[in-house]
Structure formats: C-alpha cells, structure tokens
Write a protein that binds this ligand. Structure first.
Ligand code: NDP
Length: 452
C-alpha cells in the first residue's frame, strides 16, 4: 500500500520537530502540522520566555549587590513594554529557526490543526486528508485551571502571562509546582507584590524535603508572601481588579491572578479515541517503552504522554522513536537519572533520588552543607546556598544530588554526569576542589549529617 507520507507528525514542538527533521534527513517523506507557532510550548510560551524573564528579574538584586560592593548604581524603573518587544522579537527569531531547520531537512510543514482519522490518515483543518505510514503525536500539554472555583475565568495561565499589557502591582499566584514557584520569583524580582497560595504543606512536592524547605524560606526572605495550606475559594471582579476569597477565610484584591495548577495532555478533539488509541484518565496517550501506542502505526512523544514532562526528554524520545521506526535500531528513551533545574530564586538543580525516596529503598547517608556564600557574605546578605548528597551506605553510590545556589542549573548539568555514571561518594571526594567556589562543597563534605 502506498501512502502520501512515511511519517506525519502532529505538533511542531521540541519532540515533534526533532523526530520530523531526523526522519526527513534520512530521505523519508515527512509532513508536520502545527496549529499555533513552530517551537511549541518550550520556545513560545515556556522555558525560553520564562528564562529571559528570570534574567530580567534578577537585575535589581544584582544592582543592589553592585552598590554594596562600591559601585555607584541604582535600580530605575523596569520598562515592561520594551522588554516584551524584545522578548517577542527573540521568540519570532527562534520560531523562524525551527521552521527553517525542519523545512531545510525536507519536512513539509502545514500551519494548521490536524486530527487523526484512522491508523494511517490525518485530516487538516482545511479539510484535506493525508495518508501516512506512521503518525507521531507530539502535541504537548496545555495549562489546567480547576473550573470548580467560582470566578475561575478571571484567572490567567502561563499561556497568557507573557502578553499581559502591564506589570501588575499585586499578583496572586496559585499552585506550588515549577511554574508557580518560578513566576513568584520572577514577579517579585520585577518589583511586583507577590502572594502565592499553595494548598499543601510545602511547595515543590516530589522534590527533596530539605531542599523544598530551604527554597521556600529563601523565597519568603526575598519578599514573597507565601501562604501554605491555602487555596482560592472564589474570585469576583472588583473595580477592574479581582477580589479573591481564600480557604482560610481571608479576602484580598489583586490586579492579576495567575493559575499554575498543572498541565494536561492536549488530546481533546484530536480523534485519537476513534482511531483506537488508548488514553489514560487524564487524557495522556498511553505508550510502551518505544513510544508506540495501542495502534501500531501511531506513536507519541513528549508531554502528551505524561512521562517526564521536560523538553530535553521529549527530544530524546523523538530521537529514540526515529531510531526504532526508521533505522531498525530498537531504542528505548532512558528516563533514569534525569537532571533538571527549577528556576526559582534561589535556583534549584537536582538529579536522582530525594532523601525521602532513597531511605525508602535502602540505608543511606546524607551529606549536606548550607551556608552563606562568599559573594553575599561580603556585603552582609543573609541568603544561603545548599549542597546535598544522598549516598547509598552499601554501594557508596551518590543516589541524589541537590543544589540550591546561583547557577545551580549549570552545576547540576555537570554533577548529573557523575551521578549518571554511578560515581561514589569516594569518587566525589577524590576530585580536587575548585577554590574558591561554592561548588567545591560537593567534594569537601566529610561527615554525614545523618544516616537513615
Ligand atoms: P506542577 O504539576 O509542577 O504543579 C501544579 C501545582 O498546582 C501543584 O502545586 C499542585 O498541588 C497544584 N494544584 C493542582 N491542582 C490544583 C487545584 N485544583 N487547586 C489548587 N492547586 C492545585 O505543574 P506546573 O503547572 O507548575 O508545571 C507543569 C509541568 O511543566 C511540570 O510538571 C514540569 O514538568 C514542567 N515544567 C518544567 C520546568 C522546568 O524544568 N524548570 C518549568 C516549568 C514547567 P499538589 O502538589 O498538591 O498536587
């Protein structure tokens, strides 16, 4: 049977574009449909614009530090409109690169929505149908706002946050995950009054408890009004602003309410159920170790599969899909020991097991140093950094490494190599310290602070 394409990809984000490019570059006929903008969440309304906002928001603290070091310096007003202009120029540049790289590799791009008709057919929004030997679903996720809260439609999500017309004087951020905690730091740094509600006992659930506590304390010290055990009960319009009633009986008025209460796989209306593709209860496409769905010709990679929702993981899954399906080299994406960073302020880099996870598995030793780094100690700043290793008592392997410090994301990329290679505590100790740095602590912690 002949098809219009060897591969048709739905979704022009990190995972979809990588799979499409590699497959087309091998000489296969590849089509790709993207309904919004090439680059997907990461490039257009996720990692990239967020990180640029982290940079923008960190200058006031740096200028204050420069002053304390003896520079004549002062923080002026932040021109949100100018920043937004530059931001959107940069995003357009990156989008064009994604588009160009895919086209140059031979991918035929359709700038419209596509849905699945059956195991070998997709339908474009203009009504045309394309037959294809394989379909790859790479449509990512979309922010989820609980619709049980009265007035929930007044809230915005991370999809809209980069386009707000002016910076809020007072902003409420709801949630305690990556996005909520990162944006709390961003808006605080930009000079807004930030309140964060998290329904649980501590933000960043799932990460190392000691690290979570350290980050929360630093965020509070930086001026974020963090309310734990608190949720929104209702929202209503109030003189062009939003009056929020909360679960502890309080009420307050905000200019903007940002909900960062998780993301859902973007599968509604995609036609997958009709084609026989099994979906999980939250809408995620169910896949096996090779990213194959219950329909053998249909595969899925990235956030839509709700495995590990990170850009570099989607890319790895896309590469493994291409190797498996188009090169006859069965390859499973490796989801073990993935280093990652949360761009809170302070920044958090982490790889491997938390202390809590590790001690449920085997006896461990915990090495931890929390201290005021030289750069800020010099000017009397109170901020503290933290370096923590979770070590197997028996194998001596470093099971987890957790760093809270400026540039922790950069550090954990390097430490992640050692942990992934199975380095032991003694391997860390055998490495000569780089002095004077904060990270030298990683190889200088002699005694465990506790065993569990
Ligand atoms: P997360 O799943 O990380 O956090 C969602 C938060 O919302 C949790 O604190 C959760 O609470 C809370 N929540 C969920 N439902 C409700 C509700 N009904 N009412 C109140 N609170 C609620 O999602 P994010 O949106 O922050 O991020 C989505 C994903 O994007 C992440 O999982 C991550 O994979 C990725 N990401 C990665 C980044 C990075 O690598 N730096 C940056 C940004 C996003 P509870 O803990 O109690 O469930």
């Amino acid at each position: 049977m002949s098809f219009d394409y060897d591969l048709f990809v739905i979704g022009g984000g990190s995972g979809g574009v990588r799979s499409a490019r590699l497959t087309a570059a091998d000489g296969h006929k590849v089509g790709l449909a993207e309904e919004f903008r090439m680059g997907g969440t990461c490039v257009i309304r996720g990692c990239i614009p967020k990180k640029l906002m982290v940079f923008a928001s960190s200058f006031p603290a740096e200028i204050a530090a420069a002053k304390a070091y003896g520079w004549e310096a002062s923080v002026g007003a932040f021109d949100w409109g100018r920043f937004q202009g530059e931001l959107h120029k940069e995003l357009a540049r990156l989008e064009a690169i994604y588009d160009r790289n895919a086209s140059n590799a031979g991918v035929e791009i359709f700038h419209q929505r596509a849905t699945v008709v059956d195991a070998h057919t997709v339908r474009l929004a203009d009504g045309t149908e394309k037959t294809t030997k394989h379909i790859l679903i790479a449509v990512g996720g979309t922010p989820f706002v609980p619709d049980t809260v009265p007035g929930h439609e007044l809230a915005i999500t991370s999809n809209e946050i980069f386009d707000i017309p002016e910076l809020p004087n007072k902003i409420l951020i709801v949630g305690g995950g990556y996005i909520a905690s990162e944006f709390a730091g961003i808006f605080n740094g930009l000079g807004c009054n930030v309140t964060q509600y998290y329904r649980g006992a501590q933000i960043l659930r799932g990460f190392d408890d000691e690290a979570r506590g350290h980050i929360a304390n630093e965020m509070i010290a930086n001026g974020i009004d963090l309310h734990l055990g608190t949720n929104v009960s209702s929202m209503e319009k109030h003189d062009g602003r939003i009056r929020v009633r909360n679960s502890t009986g309080g009420a307050e008025i905000f200019d903007v309410v940002l909900y960062a209460t998780g993301r859902k796989p973007h599968t509604i209306g995609l036609g997958l159920e009709n084609a026989g593709v099994n979906l999980a209860r939250n809408g995620a496409v169910e896949v096996d170790d090779y990213s194959q769905t219950s329909v053998p010709s249909i595969y899925a990679v990235g956030d839509v599969t709700d495995r590990v929702n990170l850009t570099p993981v989607a890319i790895r899954e896309g590469v493994a899909f291409h190797e498996t399906v188009f090169r006859g080299n069965a390859m499973k994406p490796d989801h073990a020991l993935i280093p990652s960073a949360v761009f809170t302020q302070p920044e958090f880099g982490t790889v491997g097991l938390s202390e809590e996870e590790a001690r449920d598995i085997e006896p461990i030793e915990v090495y931890c140093a929390a201290f005021r780094p030289m750069q800020s100690n010099f000017i009397g700043h109170k901020e503290r950094v933290m370096f923590k290793l979770v070590v197997s008592e028996q194998s001596r392997k470093v099971l987890g490494c957790h760093i809270i410090a400026p540039h922790a994301g950069e550090m954990i990329q390097i430490a992640g190599i050692a942990v992934k290679m199975g380095a032991t505590k003694e391997d860390f100790d055998a490495t000569v310290a780089v002095h004077p740095t904060m990270a030298e602590e990683l190889v200088l912690m002699k005694e465990p602070v506790r065993k569990a």
